[in-house]
Design a protein around this ligand. Structure first.
Ligand code: 6R9
Length: 658
């Protein structure tokens, strides 16, 4: 991986983070009613959780229902850890049945607003029925425990129902974000050999239609393992083509399906889902989460970090296509019996006030979003916020990337009206659940810091050799002690799992992130130190984009780097050399940007694309990304170029700079 420390990928945000020293104590009124009411209480619970993790996690797991008890809370080293060994449970049962069969039968579970404006409220009792019916639909198609089922949908209640139904029968869901292109779907479907796909005709986004079913049709030309496609009808009248013998309509199948379906007894370590995420190679990794540990991790973090209470209306704005949606739209809050707000469309449709209009209309009390969204709201202006009452809000959260202190202050002032704590939550697809975040009634916030670890989590900042780094200095963020919700493997590639996460710093899980801890024990995340970039909170591998570029006939070589961007956090800068005889035109530039969007999805479209005669390489032939990053950011290169093979390359790149 080369030198990990000193990668300057975070750029401009760091300056303001390093100067930040404001502290915001939990508001007294909030703390008085919170699950954890003081820092002393947090510290006592934290101490117990790390001194006697088995007792701590057993108690947490005991708040859920188990069909059969575990014989051992935990066994094995971090890279092969197992949790709640021998225990049997079902995450759909804990998310739905437990409430529907108890006091929450008539409580709203899903509160949904479509982009065109319609509202649906689904109680736990209704959700219970819908999920059982859909589980029977899947069973009727021959889907059995352990089968992989791909889900490619927009944000609608049926998406949550699809996940829950898979979990109910033990089918392993693999959700593909609705913004990915058909190639990306095909790759993911084929990697895990999915037997069925659940999709919908269209979804509404920014006033337009996203034609999900036809994108699936395109993908499935290359997917021999898929036997059936279930299509939820979102539009009043759909003009999609249905393939005879393969495709069925959701509503037709539901009408025929039985209303009862017992939840499968899943072993604690049985796979629950696969979710693909970008790594440092061109091929996305299919992280596998298992049942018991993931259930307990998402349940407990939701309870304490969002301080969930019975009367909350909880809204996490993430799409279910990302891990944040899995853990904090569906499984975490539903296990807690919360009312979960879901919104289908864009934050600025039809106008930039849509989110605040929703908060006001549905009396949202807990609101969880991404820094990139906050930066957009800041830009759109306070007049869109000021039109609404945000008095129902009591807690705010962020996730996905470091938040710059300026945006944190805006969120605190304009949305939280200086009375709502903000939880900046650090975690990853791999970790399954929140790792570092303030417990809101107890731990004071510092803008830009994810603050202190969650219960049972022991973050460390180390050198490349695994030696501790003194407080105040930057290093690599690792975790040495196992925790329940860590992904157990990469689907079909256990070796890559070991290699990617446990080989860099022996004995530790390596996050890929840089961090420092300050004198108060607060963690400050400093961005990725590997070839992963974070564009608007979306994780992308530079190699993935490079592979897409070189797949174009006219491209010989490509190098992609992230550069700081005031709105997106990072923007994508691509350097491309062309095959002999191909002309470097503005037209080709646009064609290549569009090509990447078609190959991967619009989120991967390069912001800048420059043609060059050659790429700067070391004498051993490695592309010098550090130089390219510097060039992409500042337009010039000052760094050490002593190992550069051809100095002239840099000069030429600079000339080409527009
Ligand atoms: C949940 C999620 C993970 C990467 C992670 C880090 C960045 C996430 C952050 C944060 C600073 C936070 N990240 N939350 N950086 N502060 N609060 O986003 O998962 O898509 O896998 O991304 O996102 O770089 O390594 P995922």
């Amino acid at each position: 991986m080369g030198s990990l420390i000193g990668n300057e990928s975070v750029g401009t945000n760091m300056d303001s983070l390093l100067r930040e020293n404001r502290v915001f104590a939990p508001p007294a009124e909030f703390a008085a009613k919170a699950h954890v009411k003081s820092v002393a209480e947090y510290e006592a619970m934290y101490r117990r959780s790390v001194e006697d993790p088995e007792a701590f996690w057993a108690e947490a797991a005991g708040e859920l229902e188990w069909f059969a008890p575990w014989t051992k809370v935990q066994e094995g080293e971090i890279a092969e850890a197992k949790w709640f060994v021998g225990g049997k449970l079902n995450l759909c049962h804990n998310s739905v049945d437990r409430h529907a069969l108890g006091a929450r039968k008539d409580k709203v579970a899903l509160l949904w607003e479509g982009e065109p404006g319609e509202v649906r409220k689904i109680t736990y009792g209704e959700l219970h029925e819908q999920v059982q019916r859909f589980a029977n639909v899947l069973k009727g198609l021959g889907v059995v425990k352990g089968d992989r089922v791909a889900i490619y949908m927009g944000m609608c209640p049926e998406l949550a129902i699809a996940l829950l139904a898979c979990a109910r029968i033990g089918a392993i869901h693999s959700v593909v974000f609705g913004g990915f292109a058909s190639h990306a779907i095909a790759d993911r479907v084929n990697d895990s050999g999915c037997v069925a796909v659940i999709t919908q005709d269209i979804s509404y986004r920014r006033g337009g239609e996203v034609k999900l079913k036809s994108i699936v049709d395109e993908a499935l030309k290359k997917c021999p393992t898929v036997k059936n496609v279930v299509v939820f009808q979102r539009a009043a009248s759909s003009a999609v083509s249905m393939t005879e013998g393969r495709d069925i309509w959701w509503h037709e199948a539901m009408a025929l399906a039985g209303a009862e379906c017992a939840a499968e007894w899943m072993d604690s370590e049985d796979p629950l889902y696969i979710l693909y995420t970008s790594g440092t190679t061109g091929k996305p990794k299919g992280l596998v989460h298992t049942t018991g540990g993931y259930s307990v991790g998402t349940y407990l973090t939701s309870k304490y970090v969002f301080d969930l209470r019975e009367d909350d209306v909880y809204w996490c704005t993430a799409d279910i296509g990302w891990v944040t949606g899995h853990s904090y739209v569906v499984y975490g809050p539903l296990q807690n019996g919360a009312t979960v707000m879901m919104y289908e469309g864009a934050p600025n449709w039809p106008e930039p006030d849509r989110f605040w209009k929703i908060v006001d209309a549905h009396k949202v009390s807990v609101f969880y979003t991404a820094p990139t969204a906050i930066r957009a709201f800041t830009k759109w202006g306070n007049e869109w916020v000021d039109k609404y009452s945000l008095a129902s809000l009591r807690l705010l959260g962020t996730v996905g990337e470091p938040i710059n202190p300026e945006s944190w202050m805006w969120y605190h002032r304009e949305i939280g009206k200086e009375r709502c704590p903000i939880v900046d939550t650090y975690w990853q697809t791999e970790t399954g659940a929140i790792m570092i975040a303030p417990i809101p009634g107890a731990v004071a916030a510092k803008p830009g810091s994810a603050t202190r670890p969650f219960f049972g989590i022991v973050p460390e900042v180390v050198t490349q050799e695994g030696e501790p780094v003194p407080d105040g200095q930057g290093g690599l963020l690792v975790f040495r002690k196992p925790w329940p919700s860590l992904a157990r493997t990469i689907y079909g590639d256990p070796e890559r799992y070991k290699q990617a996460y446990f080989s860099e710093i022996p004995g530790c899980y390596f996050t890929g992130d840089g961090a420092r801890r300050d004198e108060d024990g607060y963690f400050w995340l400093m961005g990725r130190v590997d070839d992963v970039i974070n564009v608007s909170g979306h994780r992308l591998g530079t190699m993935e984009i490079e592979s897409a570029l070189v797949a174009h006939v006219k491209v010989a070589e490509a190098a992609v780097v992230g550069r700081p961007d005031a709105m997106k956090g990072q923007a994508i800068a691509a350097f491309v050399t062309l095959e002999g005889g191909c002309e470097a035109t503005e037209e080709l530039k646009q064609e290549l940007r569009q090509w990447v969007a078609k190959e991967i999805g619009a989120l991967a479209r390069p912001d800048d694309l420059r043609f060059t005669d050659a790429l700067p390489k070391t004498r051993s032939g490695k592309i010098m990304r550090r130089l390219l990053r510097e060039l992409a950011e500042t337009g010039e290169v000052k760094g050490d170029t002593t190992t550069l093979e051809d100095f002239g390359v840099i000069a030429k790149l600079r000339e080409n700079d527009e």
